[in-house]
Design a binder for this molecule. Structure first.
Ligand code: SF4
Length: 268
């Protein structure tokens, strides 16, 4: 059996550029894996892009693009939002901000992305002796994110965008030239790694999603108060989201790129 060659597809600009490069034979990958952390958790625009653009494009070019979900032992799907909001849950798997603004420990990336991808690779023949090659979409302008994560025994991680010396702007151009729209940032809509500008844009452009984030933060803190624990927040400002974030102005004075799940691994 030949060794598996897969791409960890996060649904954002870099991994969509990898899709175009594979479709046009500039890189040798024909299996793309998207670990969906939950239809109720992923940014809705990412799922729309996946189904309306990425999947049809992949199909047209003979590329397999699999949408994977975390499943429990009984075969049911578990979502990240579901785990966060389960009645009585004490679990806090996302990198909420502590009172000093620093992100807390998280298990979301490992549980809902990395393990889901590894499981698929193992089920499809990857072993420590014959590891899967897993391509991750990191561009040269964020090269420090490469080699940031531990390799699993049954995988060998490669970075085709670094090999090709492509920047995020190059990736956007590759996508446009393929006739595809530029995908939105890919991350959970409630991710505490969002920059303030992203929250402000959400408040302005998607008020219902912003209101859900405010409600989620409140729910987490109601539960922590019952346990006698300090509050935690979705931003680094040590105050509730709706107090911390104003509405975005048309011209934002700060960069808008978040840490995202674009490479399928969040910031690991
Ligand atoms: S986007 Fe944020 S909340 Fe979602 S899995 Fe990644 S780190 Fe966790």
């Amino acid at each position: 059996m030949t060794a598996l060659r897969t791409v960890s597809y996060g649904g954002g600009v870099q991994s969509t550029a990898l899709l175009v490069l594979a479709a046009t034979d500039r890189i040798d990958f024909s299996v793309f894996l998207f670990a969906n952390v939950g239809d109720d958790s992923e940014y809705p625009g990412t799922l729309d892009y996946l189904h309306e653009h990425a999947m049809p494009y992949a199909r047209e070019h003979g590329i397999e693009l699999h949408e994977l979900h975390r499943t429990r032992r009984d075969g049911t799907t578990e979502t990240l939002y579901g785990r966060l909001t389960r009645p009585g849950s004490r679990s806090l798997p996302i990198p909420v901000r502590m009172s000093n603004g620093a992100p807390g420990r998280r298990s979301c990336t490992a549980d809902f992305k990395i393990r889901v991808l590894h499981r698929w690779c193992r089920e499809h023949g990857a072993t420590a002796e014959q590891p899967a090659t897993v391509a991750v979409g990191i561009s040269i302008d964020e090269f420090e994110r490469a080699h940031n994560r531990r390799e699993e025994p049954a995988e060998r991680v490669v970075y085709p965008l670094l090999d090709l010396r492509l920047s995020r702007a190059d990736c956007a151009q590759i996508i446009r030239r393929a006739g595809l729209p530029i995908p939105p940032k890919s991350a959970c809509w409630f991710c505490p790694f969002h920059r303030p500008a992203t929250w402000a844009e959400m408040r302005r452009d998607e008020p219902a999603l912003f209101a859900r984030s405010v409600d989620l933060e409140r729910l987490l803190n109601e539960r922590r108060a019952l346990l006698g624990k300090d509050p935690v927040y979705l931003t680094r400002f040590n105050m509730p989201l709706d107090q911390a974030i104003g509405t975005a102005q048309d011209t934002l004075p700060f960069p808008t790129d978040d840490i995202t799940c674009d490479n399928g691994m969040c910031w690991s």
